[in-house]
Design a binder for this molecule. Structure first.
Ligand code: F6P
Length: 327
């Protein structure tokens, strides 16, 4: 029998991502439109354990669509990994009469939702919120588009100084174990080379490419380094080039958490709004324990288990193109 959903809780968990606020706003506005009440859980699963819930009304999410970060704050919570922690969290939800929960985050967030929804009779819906774009079941995650635009803007600026000084820059981007940010940043910034966790392209190939470039007197260049690649971080790669080729003057920039902040792009705002809206509609239709995404411009639902365990692959055609265009 379909449940009567009257009160929804929403949280953000794991690394923040631009667009999370747009998703929260869409959950609140869609729920309010349908006469449901919404509670925001502060600091992710930590707030669920501690009973830190606040009522959210339409006015509370006004002017948030353009703001980076998350108005609900976020945390990585070890206690939620324990059965005792999850029991406390369930007790808090019961105390606030919550009928369903929308979680916005990445793999760790979905893992928490998976275990919780096996143990307790409480429907969860997951929305993919991470700059890494490494979630199976959606073409893009909330925050990814903003992060690559931030990274490309940074690389464009570095290119000016790299070219003026004839320097070779190693620029490290985030992405944890996945190369989505690096791949698109590499293509969009016209990098000479891109180190990715998913390919075998390594230091030998880079050295051979740089030797040929040096013969052509091309001494300035940009190399994008995904943080999860197998060859070492940007400092290590710069050191290896310095040791093997004396013609290059190297510098290193790690873009770091700059990629996590800032006002979301229009694409991220639209994606987050669509997913927040669909989260509430799905719960009202009786959908339970699914991770939502958009695939080929259509709403897509997968089990939390698949979202956590199935690997989202990089686009192979884009990988080939990256190599061709970099030459
Ligand atoms: O998952 C998002 C992310 O920014 C990754 O790209 C990065 O590896 C990690 O989080 C950094 O985590 P923290 O903010 O805890 O340093």
């Amino acid at each position: 029998m379909k449940r009567d959903i009257k009160r929804i809780a929403v949280l953000t968990s794991g690394g923040d991502a631009p667009g999370m606020n747009a998703a929260i706003r869409a959950v609140v506005r869609t729920a309010t439109y349908n006469d449901l009440h919404v509670y925001g859980i502060m600091e992710g699963y930590k707030g669920m354990i501690n009973g830190n819930l606040v009522r959210l009304e339409n006015k509370d999410v006004a002017n948030t669509i353009l703001r980076g970060g998350t108005i609900l704050k976020t945390a990585r919570c070890e206690e939620f990994k324990t059965a005792e922690g999850r029991q406390k969290a369930y007790d808090s939800l019961v105390a606030f009469d919550i009928d369903a929960v929308v979680v916005i985050g990445g793999n760790g967030t979905y893992t928490g939702a998976y275990y919780f929804s096996r143990e307790f009779n409480m429907p969860f819906i997951g929305l993919p919120g991470t700059i890494d774009n490494d979630i199976y079941g959606t073409d893009f995650t909330i925050g990814y588009d903003t992060a690559i635009n931030t990274a490309v803007e940074a690389v464009d600026k570095i290119r000016d100084t790299a070219s003026s000084h004839n320097r070779l820059f190693f620029i490290e981007v985030m992405g944890r174990h996945a190369g989505f940010i690096a791949l698109e940043t590499g293509i969009a910034s016209g990098a000479a080379a891109t180190f990715l966790p998913e390919t075998d392209w390594g230091i030998d190939e880079l050295l051979s490419m740089l030797k040929k470039a040096a013969i052509r007197k091309k001494l300035f260049n940009i190399v994008i380094v995904a943080e999860g690649n197998k060859n070492g971080d940007a400092n290590e790669l710069a050191r290896l080039v310095h040791e093997n080729l004396d013609s290059y003057e190297t510098r290193v920039t790690t873009i770091g958490h700059l990629q996590r902040g800032g006002s979301p792009t229009a694409s991220d705002r639209v994606l987050a709004s669509r997913l927040g809206y669909e989260a509430v509609n799905s719960l009202m239709k009786g959908v339970e324990n699914k991770a939502l995404g958009i695939v080929n411009d259509k709403l897509h639902k997968v089990d939390f288990w698949d979202a956590i365990h199935k690997k989202k692959e990089l686009n192979q055609e884009m990988l080939q193109m990256l190599e061709v265009l970099a030459m």
